[in-house]
Design a protein. Structure first.
Length: 568
């Protein structure tokens, strides 16, 4: 019997990645473009590829999104999502939003967030997700920089958007608003349902997301529609999403993981995507896995450590028969976590490495090759990664140097919002993108993470910039100078430790300590409050006055300051 396979299936067979070396040498991103229906030279839209495409392909009745709020669950099919995102895009059109304008999304994960995000991108606008844990001053900072024309938020968070301070803002749409003109539900249900997909040039932006570095305020990383094939392909090869999978990414959509792998990758692959509120304990986590029969789970080493260190007996109550794949990202995955996972779930954890700036996975453990516990894996086909020295020369296996990626992969950021010079810094050494991470490669091509070159801190796998905390600390009148480092912590990866120089008019006390912490909490965010504050007579600085956080770190952990310290 002759079988006619649609074009897509043949290609999927070709690159099912059962042979990494073959795929690595022959795969071209055009192959992935073809699979998602992109034609050379044609304009595109990632939101269309995520949602509408599946409806056109007869999968409109498949569940796209399960929202699990703990007490109840809501289900949305791909057709529901198409309908709702069209309506939201029409709301934006009715408000006069044009291509390229920014729409701030300040809300916790909820169906309205996902609909607003996809609708925004469908309308050709740029989505600016802002993590819901940020307080008023920090939110004002992000919105002043990104200049959104419109913001979407919840009733509870509305008060943190200071409309008067953000001149660009023409409208705020709020879930649970009493005023029909700004109520999310009212606007969406009364908008037209007709499709409004704005067809975009591949290099046109669709996302602006803030992340921290070691200097300066958080920077806005810009991503474009061009990343689509990479979100799709890594979703297939690394997350291993197949028809019938129920997928859960634990990252909040205020961080890049919660977007690239909490929205793009699962929807591009037509998965059923589980989203839920913040999980507060192991019980919550196992409940979500069990109740939704999750099959593929993308999480962080921090969450896994948390589960490992909390009563495993809880697990016996839940049947996690469906779970077939666990993956992690964000910080080094401790080999002990992998041993625990194997014992507990009978599954090895597949680590993956990437950054907000890379947009999508760069190095990962694909299903087709064995995991070496402690290694991040190998570069995904289509991407070239290397270990380089200060001159950009590639180093041989086992030599430690900076991890660098040959620039030009599809999901690479297209800019740093308003700061061209910051963007150029990443590409100082042609042809490389410089990651700021130290690593080495072994003879089999696996990469091993060794640390950061700069002072970026990782707490619960989330990136924290010391500078933003230092800036808030010195706003307190008792603090003359502040230096912040990450102190190693067995569960959280790192915790925030601050060294401060006290103003001579103040005396140190528990009360003052609490007061300083409270000011960081109310101005910035609870998760950025130092766990420890140490008063010292002065801070170590270079001759040019640059704070030497590495020296602070050596005070703390007793190691000699790192080689990379500069003393200009
Ligand atoms: C930094 C990027 C976008 C992914 C989530 C984090 C560290 C990331 C790993 C890993 C060791 C890792 C690096 C990187 N990192 N993944 N598998 N093993 N370290 O993105 O917040 O932009 O942080 O996270 O230091 O540079 P991010």
């Amino acid at each position: 019997m002759k079988m006619d396979f649609p074009q897509g299936l043949r290609l999927m067979d070709k690159f099912n990645l059962d042979d990494y070396d073959h795929a690595y040498t022959t795969f071209r991103w055009e192959d992935a473009e073809e699979e998602i229906g992109w034609k050379p030279g044609e304009r595109v839209n990632i939101a269309y590829s995520c949602i509408d495409r599946h409806v056109k392909n007869g999968r409109g009745n498949k569940i796209a999104l399960i929202y699990d709020s703990g007490d109840r669950r809501e289900f949305y099919t791909y057709r529901d999502m198409e309908n709702a995102t069209n309506r939201f895009a029409n709301v934006l059109k009715d408000c006069g939003i044009q291509k390229g304008e920014r729409i701030a999304l300040f809300m916790p994960p909820c169906p309205e967030f996902y609909i607003s995000l996809l609708g925004t991108v469908k309308a050709g606008a740029i989505a600016v997700p802002v993590h819901s844990k940020y307080m008023k001053d920090a939110v004002t900072g992000f919105l002043t920089d990104s200049e959104p024309s419109l913001a979407v938020t919840t009733g509870a968070l509305r008060a943190r958007i200071e409309t008067g301070k953000i001149p660009s803002l023409r409208k705020v749409i709020t879930t649970e608003s009493r005023d029909a003109d700004s109520d999310w539900r009212h606007l969406v249900s009364s908008a037209e349902e007709k499709p409004v997909t704005e067809w975009m040039d591949r290099r046109e932006p669709m996302l602006l997301l803030y992340t921290s570095g070691s200097t300066g305020s958080p920077k806005g990383v810009v991503h474009t529609h061009a990343g689509t094939p990479q979100y799709y392909q890594t979703g297939r090869w690394v997350l291993d999403i197949k028809e019938g999978d129920v997928y859960w990414c634990t990252a909040d959509p205020g961080w890049i993981t919660g977007i690239s792998y909490g929205v793009w990758a699962p929807f591009l692959n037509g998965a059923t995507n589980v989203v839920c509120k913040e999980i507060s304990g192991p019980q919550d986590c196992y409940k979500v896995l069990a109740k939704n029969a999750v099959t593929v789970w993308y999480t962080t080493p921090s969450l896994l450590r948390f589960l490992m260190n909390n009563d495993c007996n809880i697990l016996k109550k839940y049947r996690l028969k469906s779970l077939r794949k666990i993956l992690s990202v964000g910080e080094p995955l401790n080999p002990i976590v992998n041993r625990w996972s194997l014992k507990t779930f009978n599954l090895v954890v597949h680590d993956s490495w990437w950054m907000t700036e890379t947009g999508a996975m760069i190095i990962a453990n694909c299903s087709c090759f064995p995991v070496k516990p402690g290694s991040m894996g190998k570069p995904v086909p289509g991407v070239y990664a290397a270990i380089i020295n200060e001159d950009g020369a590639e180093l041989p296996p086992y030599e430690m140097g900076q991890l660098a990626i040959r620039s030009g992969w599809p999901a690479m950021m297209s800019g740093i919002w308003k700061v061209e010079s910051k963007y150029r810094e990443y590409f100082r050494i042609t042809p490389w993108y410089l990651t700021g991470d130290l690593a080495y490669r072994d003879r089999q091509g696996y990469f091993w993470f060794q640390g950061r070159i700069d002072d970026v801190i990782k707490i619960n796998s989330e990136r924290v910039g010391p500078f933003e905390i230092e800036s808030k600390l010195v706003e307190h009148p008792a603090v003359d100078e502040a230096g912040v480092i990450g102190k190693p912590h067995p569960m959280h990866g790192e915790i925030i430790k601050a060294f401060i120089v006290l103003n001579s008019n103040y005396t140190w006390s528990d009360r003052l300590c609490r007061e300083i912490c409270d000011s960081v909490r109310t101005k910035l965010a609870d998760r950025l409050v130092p766990c420890e504050i140490e008063v010292c007579p002065g801070l170590p600085r270079t001759r040019s006055g640059k704070l030497m956080r590495r020296v602070l770190k050596s005070w703390e952990v007793g190691l000699p300051p790192h080689d990379f310290v500069t003393t200009e």
